[in-house]
Design a protein around this ligand. Structure first.
Ligand code: ZN
Length: 247
């Protein structure tokens, strides 16, 4: 048996025996507006699962409720079958304030994005097959291939690999967070964020869609990239559009 596989088996056994621990803190109650956000997390979690952007209990979503509190999906639950009582409220350090379950083990990534981007109020992390394929092949989605993607997402860089569930994962993202709204995570998946959970989810969807288009051009053996003048015109149009809608 290969070394890495033996280690994996040992770790999985260890995880199973220590799962579902909870500190039992339920000191805060959700307000009516907070409850609306729990419904959003459940809704977009289901979409992530329906679209096969996640499998089993993968992926996580969160919403920044205010300066002090973040509502996030729990660990160990399929995002396709979350219930309104499942999301967990944490503070800016990831300490649980309310909820029956444990918060996602990747909450640190969400907290890092909120710290670096005051404009961001929602984060979605998933493992969509095509985009994660690019991330696992070490290929960023940063080529000017499609006008629509340039208008909406811009470019999607590839962050170096970082171990899940450790601060290393967030640290690899730090240089990219200020300048991008979606990032490929090497050998892992994608994180996307925005002013609302709907925007963050749509950015995740756009990344996977773009990855599929990029893959088709690779199959066809040709990529006719937009030139600098075309890109410049699109970016100007994008700025005009953003100014019109006031973002
Ligand atoms: Zn992940």
């Amino acid at each position: 048996m290969k070394y890495w596989f033996k280690r994996l088996i040992n770790m999985c056994v260890g995880t199973a025996s220590s799962s579902h621990s909870s500190n039992g803190i339920q000191s805060q109650r959700l307000s009516d507006s907070d409850t609306e956000y729990t419904k959003e997390i459940v809704h977009f979690g289901r979409l992530l699962h329906l679209k096969s952007f996640v499998a089993a209990t993968d992926g996580n979503l969160s919403v920044r409720l205010d300066d002090q509190r973040i509502l996030a999906s729990p660990s160990g639950v399929s995002k396709g079958s979350m219930q309104p009582e499942d999301p967990v409220m944490v503070d800016n350090n990831g300490v649980k304030l309310a909820g029956k379950r444990n918060v996602s083990s990747e909450i640190d990534m969400h907290l890092t994005i909120y710290r670096l981007r005051p404009d961001v109020r929602a984060v979605v992390h998933a493992h969509p097959c095509t985009a994660t394929g690019f991330a696992s092949a070490g290929i960023p989605l940063d080529q000017p291939l499609c006008s629509e993607i340039l208008m909406t997402l811009g470019s999607v860089p590839l962050a170096p690999y970082g171990t899940t569930g450790t601060p290393e994962l967030s640290q690899t993202l730090v240089p990219f967070i200020p300048n991008y709204n979606a990032i490929l995570m090497a050998n892992h998946g994608v994180v996307a964020y925005g002013a609302t959970l709907s925007e963050a989810y749509h950015r995740m969807e756009a990344v996977e869609h773009f990855a599929k288009i990029a893959l088709v051009t690779r199959h066809l053996g040709k990529q006719a990239l937009l030139d600098n003048i075309q890109v410049e015109k699109l970016l100007k149009a994008r700025n005009r559009y953003l100014n019109q809608i006031g973002t």
